[in-house]
Each structure stands twice: as structure tokens, then as C-alpha cells.
Write a protein that binds this ligand. Sequence first.
Ligand SMILES: [Zn+2]
Length: 286
Amino acid sequence: MPGATRRNREKRDETTDLGADALGSGGCGSEAEEARLEDLQGKTILLFTPHPDDDAFGAGGTIALLNRNHNKVLIVLYTNDDKGSYDLEMTSQRLARIRKAEEEAGQAVLGTPKENLTWMGYDDGMLEYAPQPKLVEEATAIIRRVRPDVLLSVDPGEWYERWHKTDHRMAAFNTIDAVRAAEFWLYFPNQLLQRNLQPSKVPLMYFFYTAPQEANYWVNIDATMDSKVEAAMKHVSQFEPAIRKYRPDWDPATLAATQEQFRKLHPRKDGHFVEALRRETEFNQF
Ligand SMILES: [Zn+2]
């Protein structure tokens, strides 16, 4: 589809230019006159995450800003994250319960009520082996039901495949496939015919965990960095020592050291804590 390719390339050039001064100044030109993500109010935001922690780690500061500004943030979790523990006494069922509770606690810190979390329930590490038509149909139905003003997702990559981690790769690709399917009613037509789910075009997308060379949008999260750190620390089973031998809490010294390390390693730009995103208004057609 050469026409679409050209349009995308032109848009990419504008967006790249915009990205150079996207933090703080707001840039120039028509795209820059749109409200910045962190300034939106009263919008519906739909975020897809592979695991119950990637949302907080990748976009927690942005989520807190969106909630603070009275947007409706809805989060869809592909997997239950029931594998990632070195504890030989852990079970998958128990780990799934722990990870769910951690996610609810973490998102509560960021202002997202647990009623806004949707669990698709796939097993950790197995998303790629789920029936793909079913997976994309489910995500498509969610998009058509929610009709988001803005969609956030793990980045599928624009120039090359970003991910080697299976669930991240699959969640990224499946979500963007569902974005495409959602706007054309002939994908899964029974969603319209039987459930009256109207086709839905996603107008704006921001991808997190983006490759540094593909980031074109930076959200200043100085105002919500404390909340992001607090939310991240709710995922206690993802960190040492609980990932090795589960315990539900932190000892104060380990917590302080982990918080400090988290801040130290967190991306910054121009002296501010930032979340680096890739902003797109359409999916690639080539
Ligand atoms: Zn993950």
C-alpha cells in the first residue's frame, strides 16, 4: 500500500521533528496544538498490558496523571503472571492470586479502581501459544465496547520488532492487530450483528516500553514520580528477596534501597523524570 506508506513516512517526519521539543515547549504545528496526553481531561483511556506490573513500570506516572485529571483509565491484563518466581514452594495458582492483589494495590496508588481492571486470564509466558483468532477477537471486542479516545500499549515497534520476551511481543502485536480489526466491521462481524458492538477507530495511540530511538513523546512525571515508585513497590513479589523466597512485605532497609535504585535507573530528560512513549495516530499499513 504505497500511498499509505508515503503518508506514514511524512507523518513520521513531522512527528520526529515534534519529538525533538515535545517535552515542555509543546512544539509547533497543528499536531502540537492538540492537548498533550498528560493534560487530557474527561477522556476514556484504554491500556493493554502483558503482565500485571508492566503498566506501572512502563506508564505508571502517566496513568497517575491521567487519573488525577479525571480521565477514565481502563486496564486490560493479558496474562495472570503466574510463572515468574524462583520460590520452589510457590504454585502457579498462588502466584496468580499474589500478582492480582499486587496489581490492584499498585493501580490503587495510581488512582485506578480495581473495577477498571479486566483480566483476560492467559497463563504467563503462554500468550503466543493461545489461539490467535480468539485472542485478537477478544481484544477487538474490548476496543469496540470501550471506544477509547486514547489507547496505550506495549510498543510493537515501528521500524523493527521490539521484543524478544514472548508475552510482550504477543501483547504488542495482538493489540495493534485488534486496533486494525476494531475499525473494520467485517472482522468478527458477529460482534456487530449479535452484540451491537459498533466498529471503532482508535484515534490516538501511545506506546510504552518503546525503543529509545523510536520514542517521540516524553511525559514529565515529576509530579507523580512518588506515586509511581510506591505503585512499583506494591509488586513486591517481582523484586528481591520476595521473587526468590516469597514474603508479602518489605523489610524497611531493603525497601529504601530498592526505591533508591528505582529512582536512580529511571529515565530522565532535561533534568525531569520522564516516561518515553511513541505517539501514533494510525497503525502502519505497509
Ligand atoms: Zn512483563
